[in-house]
Design a protein. Sequence first.
Length: 91
Amino acid sequence: MLFLLRLFLVYLWRILFTQSKWIERRLFPYAVILQTTPIFAIAPLIILWLKNNTFAALVVCAWIVAFFPIVSNTTLRLNSLDRNLLNLFQL
């Protein structure tokens, strides 16, 4: 169930990033920062924010590890496509 939710959110972010350059310029740096920051560096902060609820902290850490690399990679790949190829898929 959480896997499907993660996929839905990734595709939603991906569509927002590729359709609106303004949203991409505002949110993409945060996605890159969360992708490049080691999870063990921010895990203690997440545990403190969630008031020592280790299961919720584990879920948030797993979400960060799984979500942001997919968002950044799909956004970069979709932005690097040839525009003529994109026109083939428009009706």
